[in-house]
Design a protein. Structure first.
Length: 548
């Protein structure tokens, strides 16, 4: 699941947006005086940037995206948008002037997926605006032709005038949980499978080629602590100290990691922000001492019981059919039982169960999944800050699905988003990771290699963007070798058209982002294969950034 979402005490509540001579009040907010602005960004939209109906992309679309992201109930992410105090047209409706209450360092992550203003009756609430037909507008090189339970079909957008001109007539995406079998059978042309031991042997075929690159994805174990057994910090910390990460690496990851070491810096793959906070967390003797000191004892079955004689059940949730994670359960559960913890496999299908239902509801104790994150560490705010915990009261908005709240940690990571000095910001992030260790929030395992495998007799030129956060987003330059006029992609986790909203929890899945958001929703910036940001073709170039 993709990780994306920040408020600091130095900022005010989001105020108003002004566009086209009209002012729209964000609910529950008051207008901040203009002199409070700390930073101004001016975006110039390219003249040839248009929607698929030929209408221009303008400041109104920026305004609509801002309001929808900030105010829609259960919005997945409000990070950065909550720092905006003014959004107005500049010299024309093709120029957008945005003022911030603070100096917001990760501004390049904003407006990454514009929505079309005139499609919506009320941009302040688009929670019910996307039906089973999906996203009906496009500002990119593709447009959605159809979306059913069996397939998603994209065709070239005839109004697109940028450099990413499609070279095929159609891209078809179909479900393929067993992608290697589908690829060998020739029912799909390309797959993007998660790595696992033996995948190279399974892909051995004279008509199949594949490559791998480490990008922005990492796998981790997460300890849900809002309620349940891990709400007890001593119990949770002892549990974390009882997990032999070196043993897990040797058993599960080493056979396919190709030398990539255990991820010890934290939930981060960008080396500029990596330290060693998670080195040497395995300490079984320390775990025993901690529990005994807190009044826990081992019962006759060798399981830890509290002062009331209760043995907590620990529900470990992974998505069914993921061989690597199910193998991790088979390896670790007996070892954790020996260490005194009653861990139970409690699995269900990836979509909609794990990523769209149980994670947002914090309906698990121990989780294991991959986060795919943008190059900037601002996602740490949305994933771990106190005010990003989904609850019934906030309609399950936010991505802090571990339910962790440490006010000092939140203040530090939120402050890092307003530090423009790159070296200082990097140290703040490294210091923050120590909070994750001290509070036993999670354990990172591996910076994951992204694999692209394809039928060389059907498609070519597919190996260009494997490490990109917007993975496999370069269909426009893929080549149709067999001349059938289409490229068929097998999706390991096929996005269901029962949940199609890119603003809400529907988008809490990497596959939804890759296969639904990116193909049609234009953004101010694109990510690159080397983990950086560049202005997209929607802009005339780099926006002008002024510190006021």
């Amino acid at each position: 699941a993709p990780g994306t979402t920040a408020e600091t005490e130095a900022t005010e509540a989001p105020a108003t947006t002004e566009a086209g001579g009209e002012t729209t009040e964000a609910p529950g907010t008051t207008e901040a005086p203009a002199e409070t602005a700390a930073m101004r960004i001016t975006y110039d939209i390219a003249e040839n940037a248009v929607w698929d109906d030929g209408s221009p992309i303008t400041v109104a679309d920026f305004e609509c995206t801002y309001n929808a992201t900030l105010n829609t109930p259960a919005s997945l992410s409000t990070a950065g948008y909550d720092q905006i105090i003014s959004l107005v047209p500049g010299e024309s409706d093709k120029q957008v002037v945005v003022e911030f209450a603070t100096t917001y360092a990760p501004y390049k992550s904003l407006f990454s997926g514009l929505i079309k203003a005139d499609v919506f009756e009320d941009c302040n609430d688009v929670s019910e605006a996307f039906g089973p037909e999906g996203i009906t507008f496009s500002g990119s090189e593709w447009k959605l032709d159809s979306w059913t339970a069996e397939q998603i079909v994209y065709v070239p957008n005839p109004e697109y005038a940028g450099p990413r001109t499609p070279g095929v007539d159609k891209v078809v995406i179909v479900p393929a949980e067993d992608g290697t079998t589908a690829l060998k059978a020739g029912t799909v042309d390309f797959i993007f499978p998660q790595a696992y031991t033996g995948i190279d042997q399974e892909l051995a075929d004279p008509n199949i080629a594949f490559d791998a690159e480490v990008g922005g994805s990492y796998e981790a174990l997460y300890f849900q602590q809002l309620d349940g057994p891990f709400a007890d910090k001593d119990f949770r910390t002892a549990f974390m100290k009882s997990i032999d990460m070196d043993g897990l690496y040797a058993q599960i990851y080493e056979p396919f990691a190709n030398g990539t070491p255990l991820l010890e810096c934290g939930p981060m793959t960008n080396p500029n922000f990596c330290g060693t906070a998670f080195a040497d967390t395995y300490d079984p003797e320390g775990a025993t001492a901690l529990l005994e000191g807190a009044g826990w004892t081992l019962n006759g079955d060798g399981l830890w019981q509290n002062a009331d004689g209760e043995v907590p059940d620990i529900r470990w949730m992974v998505n069914t059919g993921n061989t690597r994670r199910e193998s991790s359960q088979e390896f670790l559960i007996p070892l954790l039982q020996e260490a005194g913890f009653n861990v139970l496999a409690d699995n269900c299908e990836a979509v909609p169960c794990v990523f769209q239902t149980r994670l947002p509801a914090l309906d698990y104790d121990l989780g294991m999944y991959i986060n795919t994150v943008a190059p900037d560490p601002t996602y740490l705010v949305s994933n771990f800050a106190c005010d990003q915990i989904p609850t019934e009261e906030n309609e399950f908005a936010g991505q802090n699905t571990v339910g962790w709240c440490n006010e000092d940690a939140s203040a530090l990571i939120e402050a890092s988003d307003f530090e423009l000095d790159e070296a200082k910001r990097a140290q703040m992030v490294k210091d923050y990771f120590q909070f994750l260790v001290d509070d036993a929030v999670m354990l990172p395992t591996l910076a994951f290699p992204n694999i692209g495998a394809y039928r060389s007799d059907k498609v070519a030129n597919t190996q260009n963007e494997l490490a990109n956060y917007q993975a496999i987003n370069d269909w426009y330059q893929w080549e149709d070798v067999d001349g059938d006029g289409q490229i068929v992609i097998g999706a390991e986790q096929f996005p269901t058209n029962e949940c199609t909203n890119p603003i809400t929890e529907c988008a809490n899945s990497s596959w939804f982002y890759w296969l639904v958001n990116v193909p049609v929703m234009p953004g101010a910036f694109r990510t690159t294969n080397d983990q950086t940001f560049v202005p997209s073709e929607m802009l005339t170039g780099e926006p002008v950034v002024e510190v006021l």
